[in-house]
Design a protein around this ligand. Structure first.
Ligand SMILES: [Zn+2]
Length: 397
């Protein structure tokens, strides 16, 4: 087959050591593959005080509606113990019908597959194709995610760019290509709770106020609560205490303060604001002086099953013969930012080795994923050109 070989492109990407926030030329490799196909490529470097500068790439073919966007990240997590690897983590070796290296599954393989899909689809449809295909590739997904997709989405909104459908190429499949697509994600927030008491001698507790006792009472109240029973599409929300810190080495001193941290993974029955209000109510009822620090990693979102998920599930089934489970499990992803502007669904490679030593992916999975993405483009444009209107499945808080 002439044209763009997704395996060679994935190898070239793995050979760029783009450990967040480094790029090492990874975006340039993607740009060099897309520009000859007629994509207009724009770099979007963003910086913010105290954070690393990050480069991002927005590449668009065509203009106007309908607009299909592929979103992903070119950065990777560190290799960890390099000696634990069977192959060079940045070698992009082919061995035993697998492509080895950091980013093979998460998610340089998927970026390469989409580039090949776009090339084949455009070549087949040629000038008759109305609408746009774009790639939004960030160099900051595995890091703080401050100057990546969040900022690019702000930029798209400011320019009035309309996106009708977005696929995120995260490795969503647990075991086999076609297992699972993600139609939403739980939200996540990290809370630090510091309880203030009054220091004193353990033999004279009436002259002190023990913050450890107060903290234990507060945590008992928080962990005893059922946040919800789960929904049709989400697991129950969960609060997990991750540490309790007092740091008191003395046996005869009541400490002045005690701290704990907990994380809440929450579904779309809640928002970080409603949960913070609930936390404060619960702590006030338990009684005691406290300070809270709340860091929100992302709100929950759902693209309800509908046209968008039908495009994805249909394309997956056409190529693999499997109907993917529509799931909302796992951690947060950049889809949480995109849901503001378009219906978003995630589908990529098999995630079994992501973030591990010996990350790798089946060569045939990359080929099949290219066919799946091409089938998604086919279904999306056929549906839009049939005048079916906007792709349903809007953002939900
Ligand atoms: Zn990823």
């Amino acid at each position: 087959m002439p044209g763009l070989d997704p395996i060679a492109l994935a190898q070239a990407l793995i050979r760029r050591r783009s450990v967040t926030p480094a790029d090492d030329g990874a975006l340039g490799v993607i740009e060099a593959a897309l520009a000859p196909l007629g994509f207009r490529c724009q770099r979007l470097p963003f910086a913010a005080g105290g954070t690393d500068d990050v480069d991002n790439l927005y590449a668009r073919w065509g203009d106007g509606a309908p607009h299909f966007c592929f979103a992903g990240h070119s950065d990777v997590v560190p290799v960890g113990d390099a000696k634990g690897w069977t192959t060079d983590p940045f070698g992009g070796e082919l061995r035993d019908d697998q492509l080895w290296g950091r980013g093979a599954a998460d998610m340089k393989g998927a970026i390469a597959a989409f580039c090949a899909a776009a090339e084949r689809f455009i070549a087949r449809r040629g000038r008759g194709l109305r609408g746009s295909i774009s790639l939004l590739i960030t160099g900051d997904e595995e890091g703080p995610s401050v100057n990546g997709t969040r900022r690019v989405v702000d930029w798209l909104e400011a320019r009035g760019e309309r996106v009708d459908f977005c696929i995120v190429g995260e490795p969503t499949n647990e075991r086999e290509l076609g297992d699972m697509a993600k139609i939403g994600r739980r939200g996540s927030m990290n809370v630090t709770l510091i309880v203030q008491g009054v220091q004193g001698h353990v033999a004279y507790p009436h002259l002190a106020d023990n913050p450890v006792h107060t903290l234990v009472r507060m945590l008992a109240a928080l962990t005893a609560a059922t946040l919800d029973e789960g929904t049709e599409h989400f697991q129950p929300s969960s609060l997990q205490v991750v540490t309790i810190d007092v740091g008191n080495r003395a046996t005869n001193v009541i400490p002045a303060s005690a701290a704990a941290r907990f994380n809440i993974r929450f579904n779309d029955r809640h928002s970080s604001r409603s949960l913070e209000a609930w936390i404060r109510r619960t702590l006030d009822e338990a009684g005691g002086r406290y300070a809270l620090d709340v860091q929100v990693s992302g709100e929950a979102f759902l693209t309800p099953p509908g046209d968008a998920s039908a495009i994805v599930a249909g394309a997956v089934e056409q190529v693999t013969g499997r109907r993917p489970t529509l799931s909302t499990t796992g951690g947060t992803s950049d889809a949480r930012f995109i849901t503001r502007v378009a219906p978003v669904i995630e589908f990529g490679l098999v995630g079994r080795t992501m973030h591990k030593v010996d990350e790798r992916t089946r060569v045939s999975d990359i080929e099949d994923l290219a066919r799946i993405y091409e089938a998604m483009l086919e279904r999306f444009f056929a549906r839009a050109h049939a005048g079916a209107g906007a792709v349903a499945g809007a953002a939900a808080g």
